[in-house]
Design a protein around this ligand. Structure first.
Ligand code: UD1
Length: 419
């Protein structure tokens, strides 16, 4: 199995480009199933989760052409079946995003039920209930969601919890439903807005994406389109923290600073000097040790759970004591035990971690347990004394494009050891 070796202690300094957003490209690729003609998606990051999505579409007989210039063309006219098999869904939970589009366009879908995952039980009950409220007949049997309908009908859907992929699944399903669907307590994440913009470009009638009420008027058909995916705000935040934790400087291009308000506020609190333009952010720590910052995760526009582990890493070497409260997922402190092995002083009680900053971390072999946890271990490795070995990095390849190359461009001493 591949691993990353990181020699800590280099202050990062340089410029890199941010890739397209993982959490936008996955629903958009699922959304191409709704189009009556070829859809071209641009600014697609080279990620393992994208490969899995392409494989999933391919399994259904959909034609997918990958262009080396980061674009993917999807032509659904050759579709042969409506099945998302277990072996793909178990490696990528967001495969569930094909359920709404398949049902709305073809009146049937068989999608493996995603199991639990490292960060909590993560049920999909709200996806299922919303589709049932739109008239779908759904049965869970042999580990699969079997869904059927004639034409879905518009409905008022009040989500019990704010769910990102749940909102996306239901919004996609509603685009071809008969009548108007109103999704209340909808997720407001920028990736939901990006998906809505993609669907609108295909002819969907959607208003309110980005607010907690989304209204969709169903149409008969959607057409193919060409669409550019928005930049990855979590990748952006992760590289800002990489510079901050090392006391360094970084300029990130092709990103959107306005999507990171809560993260940038925390970085300013940590002592970072930030400058932004329309599509770039520059962070400079001017060689200083970061100050501890308290974090409480919640749905957008509050602080993102996908940045929690990285801020945990920052706080391990910060000046002061920080409290981190995780309110979105039930078990998202898997990185804590690994950080402790590097000398971090962290106490966890329930959904709260108390982190006392220490002067230094020391290198250790550590194991990545999920995507963002992996990022936090790499950040810790950048400042630890000695050479840190991060194992199980397939998690990181799911969501960060060529992370070791980008960090090397910033001066980090990092290399991948192939299996
Ligand atoms: C998405 C993101 C993920 C991010 C998360 C929260 C993608 C592909 N992934 O995941 O990176 O960490 O949002 O910002 O976009 N829940 C239920 N029932 C449901 C659905 C969700 O109880 O039917 C709960 C979950 O267990 C969790 C909470 O709602 O506690 C939020 O989860 P959700 O927003 O659905 O996360 P994902 O969409 O899976």
């Amino acid at each position: 199995m591949n691993k990353l070796m990181i020699q800590g202690g280099t202050r990062l300094d340089g410029e890199i480009r941010i890739s397209g957003a993982k959490n936008a490209v996955l629903p958009i690729l699922a959304g191409t199933l709704l189009a009556d003609g070829p859809a071209i998606v641009e600014n697609v990051p080279h990620l393992h989760d994208v490969t899995t999505t392409v494989e999933l579409l391919g399994c259904m007989g959909v034609q997918v052409i990958i262009d080396e210039k980061l674009s993917i063309e999807v032509d659904v006219s050759t579709i042969e079946n409506y099945v998302a098999p277990y072996h793909l869904v178990k490696t990528m939970r967001s495969s569930i995003l094909v359920l709404g589009p398949l049902l709305a366009r073809f009146g049937q879908a068989e999608v493996s039920l995603p199991g639990g995952c490292a960060i909590g039980s993560r049920p999909v009950n709200l996806h299922i209930k919303g589709l049932q409220d739109m008239g779908a007949d759904i049965e869970v049997k042999n580990g699969y969601i079997h869904a059927r309908c004639k034409r879905l009908r518009g409905a008022r859907l009040v989500l019990d919890m704010v769910t990102v992929t749940g909102t996306e699944n239901l919004m996609m399903a509603a685009t071809l439903a008969d009548g108007v669907t109103i999704i209340e307590n909808a997720a407001r994440e920028p990736e939901v807005v990006d998906l809505a913009n993609f669907l609108i470009a295909m002819g969907a009638k959607i208003i309110g994406a980005g607010s907690d009420t989304i209204t969709i008027e169903g149409v008969e058909k959607l057409r193919g389109t060409r669409y550019r995916v928005l930049p990855d705000r979590i990748e952006t935040g992760t590289y800002l923290l990489a510079a901050a934790i090392t006391g360094g400087r970084v300029k990130l291009k092709d990103t959107t600073p306005s999507l990171l308000d809560s993260v940038l506020d925390k970085l300013r609190d940590a002592g970072a000097h930030l400058q932004t333009g329309p599509d770039w952010i520059e962070l400079d720590m001017k060689g200083c040790r970061p100050k501890s910052v308290n974090v409480r995760t919640a749905p957008y526009p509050a602080f993102p759970t996908d940045m929690q582990a990285q801020f945990a890493a920052l706080n391990t070497i910060a000046d002061g004591t920080a409290t981190i409260i995780e309110t979105v997922f039930e078990n998202r402190f898997m990185h804590v035990q690994e950080l402790q092995r590097m000398g971090a002083d962290i106490e966890v009680e329930g959904n709260t971690a108390i982190i006392r900053g220490t002067d230094k971390l020391t290198a250790a072999p550590v194991m990545a347990t999920d995507l963002r946890a992996s990022a936090s271990l790499i950040l810790a490795g950048l400042v630890a004394e000695g050479e840190t070995e991060v194992q199980r990095i397939y998690h990181i390849d799911r969501g960060y494009e060529i992370i070791e190359e980008k960090l090397s461009l910033l001066g980090a001493n990092i290399r991948r050891i192939p299996a």
